[in-house]
Design a protein around this ligand. Sequence first.
Ligand code: SAH
Length: 374
Amino acid sequence: MGAARKHHNPQSTLLAARLKARIARDGPLSVAAFMEACLADTGAGYYTSRQPIGEAGDFITAPEVSQMFGELLGLWAVAVWQSMGEPRPVVVAELGPGRGTLMADSLRAWRSVPDFHAAVRIALVETSPVLREAQQVGMHEAIAPVQWYGAIEDVPPGPLIVIANEFVDALPVRQLVWRDGVWRERCVTIGRTGGFAFCEGREVWSEGLRQAAHALRAPEGSILEVRPAAAALIAALATRAREAPLAALFVDYGHTETACGDTLQAVSRHQFADPLAAPGEVDLTAHVDFAALKDVGLAHGLAAYGPMPQGEFLLKLGLEARRDRLYEKATPEQKAELASGASRLVDPQAMGLLFKALALTSPGLAPPPPFGEI
Ligand code: SAH
């Protein structure tokens, strides 16, 4: 088999052909529509057709780096629950749980908090059937009830704690190009050699975008990314927060301030790839604009804390104390693994700075840890 064919399975060839037919019929697809199809197409989408996470897959996430990540986020949920007045039951919803590792590690940490363990109901919000199966395996020892949902709106009402690690980066982004004094939708079309190619589509106007162009002094040709699906998600959370206490934690990679730039990226087998080359075969993500997420939350009446760099966040949550506790019962190999996992999560050269944590809560709640500390 030739190197070029190795990454093209029949499903993705089919998806590429279908997308080309769609472009030939309806015209160029927006980057957001292209990204949506590549990730979530029912038959051939990247997430819907495979389990991509882990050494043997395409990328590694924080919960896969070390069990301490899920344990600390689980204990974060306990602290938030306490600040809510310990409601029973409380739902902990994880958005896009991947292999279910974070939740499995949280469950282990909750064993030492029996009151919380008795109160918690787990909601896993996942669209991919393949990943739901992987999560079922990960959850087989769970003694708290676990339910799967397709969207946060389907999770039953009541006090809610949401955890989302590397979820928002997988939601489609629109890319807008600043050209001749207007924003234009960046699109994907069929290029002269028959492959996919970027192009600029229709003008997009809104007062907010006009102001953004002004505030950012966008140079000619610069790209601004906006994420309608993330805004809709936060609006849905804000609606729930009017009925019952809510706290949500988003951990992802991205920037603190809104800025121009093309951050659409493809990753395959732990290497960067061409985002247009193999639809459905490579992971497509774009940086999270934390300022935009925060602004949407504030505009909907939520309280917002952060973003705080992941390294600082985990250290303040007690990563080192947890590591040292785990050392006590660890073999020398496990010790080395714990040490390297901890440093990968917090090292500024690794995940410590690029990844950030943002919390959004009901307005009446105390600041969640570690944001309340001085
Ligand atoms: N949180 C996990 C996985 C991150 S990968 C980890 O840290 O390891 C992104 C996850 O989000 C996958 O489980 C993917 O199937 C899921 N996902 C992507 N878009 C989604 C959507 N719109 N609704 C629900 N789940 C989605």
